[in-house]
Design a protein. Sequence first.
Length: 279
Amino acid sequence: MVPELAKATVRIRQPERVREIIQALREQGVISDFDMTLSRFGCNGRRCPTSHNILDTSRVISEDGKKKLKDLLHYYYPIEIDPNRTLEEKRPLMLCHCCLSHQKIHKSDIAQIVRESEAMLRDGFKEFFDQLHKNNVPLFIFSAGVGDILEEIIRQANVFYSNVNVVSNYMGFSDDGVLTHFKGPLIHTYNKNNTVLQGTGYFQQLSTRTSIILLGDSMGDLTMADGVPRVENILKIGFLNDKVEERRRKYLDSYDIVLESDETLEVVNGILRYILAET
Ligand SMILES: Nc1ccn([C@@H]2O[C@H](COP(=O)(O)O)[C@@H](O)[C@H]2O)c(=O)n1
Ligand SMILES: [Mg+2]
């Protein structure tokens, strides 16, 4: 059906169920996480930066600020991926953006900060965005990262098409363009659900869609489609990037398709090619 599903990186607990969901997908919408899902996990043997890391390590952050942000990440990231803590235990420990708001970040610096970074979208991103755009499939990017940065990454990759909508943490600037705060409720890895989506237009724009393809890399991404009305089928595809052995069982129990250490969108593109040719 989809030759890419035979790739060595693909793991599926219930192949028959996956086959049935794929056959049933129609009137699709795609809901995707951004960092480490549309963007790569590894670049040239190192970790690729998240949208937060791009800012944290940029030249506009003071040395002291960089150290604080690095310490914060070293505290936070092991909690985020700890397979032995429940989501309830993790939720109150998630981060805010407080350290960033004390830095002199100018709105006008953002494009250059992204250009100078090692940000990379997964291989096959162009086909992914192009297929969705050409077929009028809405793509919702729901991210606990930094909206202004991830939008700029997509813009610089020339794929920020009219069908792409982003819900994320956006910066607020003073009249002279200096970062003063982050807008709206904090979106973190474990509250990506309808509690932070009020007033975003998310549900309204997905209200005609009866099938959702959900792409994520964290257990927190699994709730991104909660509350979308009229949904009949959801195909959940999870990128398992880190602590693969330790987290495999949980991912296989939660995601329909698990992609282990796969830096590409080949499988997603294969599924899209198949279902969009059918419709
Ligand atoms: N200070 C922080 C906070 C979060 N992160 C990472 O950002 C990612 C969240 O964005 P999604 O698009 O994946 O929702 C997640 O991978 C966090 O580890 C960070 O790097 N720094
Ligand atoms: Mg992510």
